[in-house]
Design a protein around this ligand. Structure first.
Ligand code: ZN
Length: 202
């Protein structure tokens, strides 16, 4: 198992809870209907990686997301996370109404910057770019369900252990990773930089 880092300290989450279609513009770009309740799926702890692959059997797509760490049932820290996706496989599975694990839960499908303590989810914004070109921009104010609403909903049927991660869905602009590309993510709260992360795609 690979750790994530909270202010320099290694943490081993038991699971990552992910949300689909939490930004209207992203639901529309993939031709999905806008949900009336959160779309929830899980990546196991074994999905945590530290290498950004552009291809694992098929091209991988990036989904940059605001990610929270949970402790004592609360959102205590945040970073930018990548929900890496085998989109061709996901489309094939979705069309058959099958589960997404092969497309979403594979080893190395969850990458995270360093978590830093946050003060709730108010006014959190992310940017994700490749070689200076902006790819995605997200903001907690644009989410269909706020991070606190997601947390409450998830806790109606799942126990969250300290260190578990909640990913809050990706904004519009998803696409295929490019081998050799330099990818940069930044997370801001109230306009101040909280944390940044860089990866070069293999
Ligand atoms: Zn996602």
């Amino acid at each position: 198992m690979k750790p994530v880092f909270l202010a320099g300290k290694a943490i081993y989450p038991s699971k990552i809870v992910c949300i689909g279609r939490n930004y209207v513009a992203h639901a529309e770009e993939l031709g999905n209907e806008v949900p009336t309740e959160p779309v929830v799926f899980i990546k196991p702890a074994s999905a945590i990686g530290n290498v950004l692959h552009s291809e694992l059997g098929e091209p991988l797509h990036y989904e940059a997301e605001i990610a929270f760490m949970v402790a004592s049932g609360k959102l205590v820290a945040a970073t930018l996370g990548l929900d890496l996706t085998r989109r061709e496989t996901q489309n094939r599975l979705k069309n058959k109404g099958l589960p997404w694990e092969r497309a979403k839960a594979f080893d190395g499908s969850a990458l995270f910057g360093e978590f830093v303590p946050c003060h709730g989810s108010e006014d959190l914004a992310l940017t994700f770019s490749c070689d200076g070109k902006l790819l995605q921009q997200g903001h907690t104010g644009l989410m269909l369900f706020s991070p606190e609403q997601l947390l409450a909903e998830v806790q109606t049927f799942l126990s969250l252990d300290d260190g578990d991660i909640l990913m809050t869905g990706t904004p519009a602009g998803v696409g295929a990773l490019i081998s050799g590309g330099h990818y940069h993510g930044e997370l801001f709260q109230k306009g101040n930089l909280l944390t940044r992360v860089s990866w070069q795609a293999r």
